[in-house]
Design a protein around this ligand. Sequence first.
Ligand SMILES: Nc1ncnc2c1ncn2[C@@H]1O[C@H](COP(=O)(O)OP(=O)(O)OP(=O)(O)O)[C@@H](O)[C@H]1O
Ligand SMILES: [Mg+2]
Length: 336
Amino acid sequence: MATRDTDWDGVRLHVVTGKGGTGKTTVAGALALALATAGKKVLLMEVEGRQGIAQLFDVPPLPYEERRVAVGPGGTDGAGGDVFALVADPESALLEYLEMFYGMRHAGTALTRLGVIDFATTIAPGLRDVLLTGKAAEAVRRKDRSRGRVYDAVVMDAPPTGRIGRFLNVSAEVSDLARVGPIRGHADTVQSVIRSPQTVVHFVTVLEEMPVQETLDGIAELKTLDGIRAGGIMINMARPLELSPDQLRKAAAGRLDQHQLALGLKAAGLDDGENLAVALAVELSQQAKTAIAQRELQDRLAAAGQPCYELPWINGSIGLGGLYRLAAALRQQRAA
Ligand SMILES: Nc1ncnc2c1ncn2[C@@H]1O[C@H](COP(=O)(O)OP(=O)(O)OP(=O)(O)O)[C@@H](O)[C@H]1O
Ligand SMILES: [Mg+2]
């Protein structure tokens, strides 16, 4: 099987964060698809219980169960792989954990009756997070006899930038709380996965001031959390304006040659070339100003020192076709 070099060879847990609404779920889905080539098996995991993945892949709401939602793109390096999806919620993760570690069968019914589940979810938010990151760590480490690692990669559609540091660091806090016992052991295992070279945190952003600033702040915050590595910066919904820097400056300053524009429009068969040229120059000037501002934001992102990738704006609804296009863009840029 041919192997390609990617920027994240050796990474098996891809945590995808970003400011709300910038496309975390979409990009996480595209990344999972991009990784699911050459027979690879990828788990795409959602932790905020909003069924965003089901919507994205246009499948019915997902239970707490790993289900195949898509086949990865086949290519020169072999057949497509599989994308499985899981909506992880803390209650189910807790029950699974109790069953695994204490052999408590049907723990669910008994615990629901006792109200233990409410305790876990409302009283101890730190425990909620450790159960969710714990589920991701478990999927990363899971093995079976025939195949070895069950998943080649796990992609997590994670909480937004403002909460990501705490979310990932929380099992360190739980480790501090519980000095001995299985909870301590569990939290330590989770941290050993999250703080290993197997894990990176990617930031999704669009080229606007606020999400870019959040991305830079998020990367800086990770640096203070010893051993949690930043990954790539995924610049989503990119709509590059195909003008040279010189043309861009002229357009922004309203110094485009309107006579030339009018001639071009006439040549294209548009009668009212003169008036159109005026309107077009105004429009272009606006777009050029935006593009110049965006290039500055791009430079600021590049200065953070992480690889930057661009995902194109997809017109209309994304759909599976759009997701494959985004996945292809990620692969071309070696993000996967
Ligand atoms: N590359 C793209 N081109 C066009 N539209 C996009 C692109 N990426 C995402 N979108 C659209 O933007 C909207 C937000 O995307 P998405 O739900 O992935 O964001 P999110 O960051 O997960 O949001 P939330 O913070 O609510 O979880 C959706 O309608 C999605 O279809
Ligand atoms: Mg989302």
